[in-house]
Design a protein around this ligand. Structure first.
Ligand code: T5A
Length: 211
């Protein structure tokens, strides 16, 4: 059995990740692959319970360090119960947010020490890393406007203010610069079809999916 592929979608609020993830999953499935579409925080029953804790309530409900620990508690459960078993049976896993969101939200934007986040990545993920990370990039004002259109109860991070979101954007771009072999930056401006074409080109370029 061949090892599956692990693709993550990252970026700021309202960048269009979830919409494009659904399109990519449909195209990969049409090519005959088993594809597991999942998300973070969440993706397993226990991690979804933690998601409800961390995404609801006042912006200052949790400190950035507490958020980091909650994200990694959720991530460990998701990796153990969903991601690793799927990859081991040869499935492709496409995940809406993963470890880079903790680096960018709790680290670059929130101020959690990068050493703590790096230690958690190393000890909790134990080598489970994406083969490809698509970083959706968009001006902050456009992303927040899009996110408010689909607003619901899970708005803790959207409500953190412009400066937070500017640090976040720069945090994601810094990850892409530091790891160009794993990361591809996707210009998330433009129509849904234009962005889909950029996503498909990046996936085909890095993972040779063809058609
Ligand atoms: N978080 C997560 C952390 O802080 N640390 C972590 O470690 C992790 C894993 C997750 C929150 O948790 C935080 C980050 C997040 O704040 P979420 O609800 O999953 O919460 O939030 P997002 O992942 O940010 O989801 P959003 O819905 O805000 O953004 P998406 O998925 O990027 O955007 P999408 O596809 O839902 O689109 C948003 C709206 O824009 C429209 C869509 O139709 C939709 O209405 N849209 C477009 N409009 C015009 N042109 C386009 N090209 C468009 N593409 C989409």
């Amino acid at each position: 059995m061949s090892q599956g592929r692990f693709i993550t979608f990252e970026g700021g609020e309202g960048a269009g990740k979830s919409t494009q993830l659904r399109r990519l999953v449909a195209r990969l499935k049409a090519g005959g692959r088993e594809v597991v579409a999942t998300r973070e925080p969440g993706g397993s029953p226990g991690a979804e319970d933690i998601r409800a804790l961390v995404l609801r309530g006042a912006a200052d409900r949790w400190s950035p360090v507490t958020e980091t620990l909650l994200m990694y508690a959720a991530r460990r459960d998701h990796v153990e119960r969903v991601i690793r078993p799927a990859l081991a049976r040869g499935a492709w896993v496409v995940c809406d947010r993963f470890a880079d969101s903790t680096r960018a939200y709790q680290g670059a934007a929130g101020g959690t020490a990068p050493e703590l986040i790096a230690a958690l990545e190393s000890h909790i993920l134990e080598g489970t890393r994406p083969d490809l990370t698509l970083i959706f990039d968009l001006p902050v004002s456009v992303g927040l406007e899009r996110a408010h259109v689909r607003a619901g109860a899970e708005m803790r991070f959207e409500s953190k203010g412009q400066a937070f979101h500017e640090r976040l954007r720069e945090g994601f771009l810094a990850i892409a610069r530091a790891e160009p072999g794993r990361c591809a930056v996707i210009d998330a401006a433009g129509s849904l079809d234009e962005v889909e074409a950029r996503v498909w080109a990046a996936v085909d370029d890095r993972l040779a999916v063809h058609g």
